[in-house]
Design a protein around this ligand. Structure first.
Ligand code: DUC
Ligand code: ZN
Ligand code: ZN
Length: 475
């Protein structure tokens, strides 16, 4: 079956032009400015719409057991959020239980994803214990096409591992060819500060960000990047939130170390003042690392524009306000950490990044679609409009905006941290592997449609920075 999409405003990481795209079954055949003579079975007139590659969100937690609860969105509701927000592939974090094996974790994650996935998906593997068994099991992860590993320098006693263990893991991953990613905040500092606040009876959400000050994030970011340098192993810092972390990444990149970074939409958009909302409403925004200040957001936008940061993610990990977040009503340390973003990421970055002239539309495609695929071994199958790429396509309507609300979102969660925010674009029609999965607010496939994406071993692909100017921290 051949489909021609005609007269679209086509946008890639490097180009923008009015043109046509022809795909056959699940693959793109050609992209050009005049494919009107092409043989086809159907034609879609995309006049007035923007055609972008489907987005990749390489940072989400679907149905994740965490802090005594389980995150609300699973691979079905989370997948619906993704698709309705123009994202066609998600990379979730497979998290072994303490003392468990990678094989056990994979079995659990497959049971959650396979029957429920709406969009395509893959996993990173979290390393929460480091021992001879896990070292051997890295081979299993690579056989399964899992080539990226996440470590935590925080969540002591649960997810955190030591520098010694991180370094040893990096040496092992280097031998096989993959990426080590890090949640980088100094966990020792965090625990001491949290215990001290608690001892003084300071237990409201206001104190959550004060336990993980920017300097604690900058320190851990620099440390992980230096461990990567010493191991000759590329490192990628997830959810960077502050100027201190950006400075460390910029420094590592200036020295030529293979270092990469990700920012999540909420850290570009939302401010730490939200923790002070009355009636425990601040709990809705409790995540780690926390929201920061306006000057941090400016540093993040700048780093996204000039290439210090390569990827926009979400850390989508939702918990209901009633019944989950309120587990921490009397103690912020018990509030399950996490919030939404899968549906909002691309519309928000388009509206507040592109339309407010902070980044170009090509840069949006690069950081939300192409670079995530390049970093994690999915390019050019995903994240691009090249002949031979999967026909993961999104037709965006830039004339129809909407106001974000928990009343209308696809998430199963009772809260949306962007409640009331106006966005100026809507994902109108979405194709995954050539199959129309969504049109005008309606889903056209069932849970289980999404396919697991095996990823090849190798270091991240080189990213082209030539058009972006100096990688300096602007504030
Ligand atoms: N941070 C969160 O806020 N939630 C999930 C895991 C994480 O690192
Ligand atoms: Zn994290
Ligand atoms: Zn996360």
């Amino acid at each position: 079956m051949r489909t021609l999409i005609q007269n679209a405003e086509i946008v890639t990481a490097s180009d923008q032009f009015r043109g046509d795209l022809l795909f056959q079954d699940d693959k793109i055949l050609s992209v050009g400015s005049n494919l009107g003579d092409a043989t086809r079975d159907q034609t879609i007139d995309a006049n007035g719409k923007y055609l972008l590659p489907g987005g990749l969100d390489v940072h989400c937690h679907l149905e994740m057991p965490f802090m005594g609860s389980v995150s609300k969105d699973d691979f079905t509701s989370g997948g619906k959020c993704a698709i309705a927000g123009g994202t066609t592939t998600v990379v979730d974090f497979c998290i072994p239980s303490k003392g468990g094996t990678l094989a056990q974790a994979l079995e659990i994650w497959d049971a959650k994803s396979k029957p429920k996935a709406m969009c395509d998906y893959s996993y990173h593997m979290c390393i929460v214990d480091w021992n001879e068994g896990i070292r051997k099991e890295l081979d299993l992860a690579f056989e399964r096409g899992i080539t990226s590993f996440k470590i935590f320098t925080a969540y002591k006693g649960a997810l955190m591992i030591s520098d010694e263990e991180i370094f040893d893991l990096m040496l092992e991953v280097r031998q096989r060819g993959g990426l080590v990613t890090a949640h980088a905040v100094n966990g020792d500092v965090l625990n001491i500060l949290a215990a001290r606040f608690a001892a003084e009876g300071k237990l409201s959400p206001h104190y959550h960000p004060l336990c993980q000050p920017p300097v604690a994030e900058g320190e851990a970011t620099g440390r992980v990047l230096e461990l990567g340098k010493m191991a000759d192993q590329p490192a990628y810092i997830v959810h960077m939130t502050c100027k201190e972390a950006v400075v460390e990444l910029a420094r590592a990149r200036k020295r030529g170390w293979e270092s990469y970074g990700e920012v999540c939409a909420q850290h570009l958009m939302l401010d730490a003042d939200l923790y002070d909302l009355p009636d425990f409403e601040g709990a809705k925004y409790v995540m780690s690392p926390p929201l920061r200040k306006a000057h941090d957001r400016e540093a993040l936008w700048g780093a996204l524009a000039n290439g210090i940061i390569q990827v926009v993610g979400t850390d989508h990990c939702t918990f209901d306000f009633k019944g989950q977040k309120d587990m921490g009503k009397d103690d912020f340390r018990k509030i399950p950490n996490g919030l939404n973003g899968l549906q909002e990421r691309m519309p928000v970055v388009w509206t507040y990044g592109v339309n407010q002239k902070r980044i170009s539309l090509q840069r949006l495609v690069e950081t939300c679609c192409t670079n995530p695929a390049k970093m994690f071994g999915l390019y050019p199958t995903k994240g691009s409009l090249l002949p031979g790429s999967d026909a993961d396509l999104v037709l965006w309507d830039t004339k129809q905006g909407y106001t974000i609300s928990a009343k209308t979102h696809q998430s199963a969660c009772d809260t949306n941290v962007y409640e009331g925010t106006r966005v100026e674009v809507t994902a109108h029609t979405v194709f995954i592997r050539g199959q129309k999965v969504y049109e005008a607010g309606k889903f056209l496939v069932e849970p289980g449609f999404g396919q697991y994406q095996k990823r090849p071993a190798g270091r991240p692909m080189k990213v082209d920075y030539s058009s972006l100017g100096n990688q300096t921290v602007g504030v």
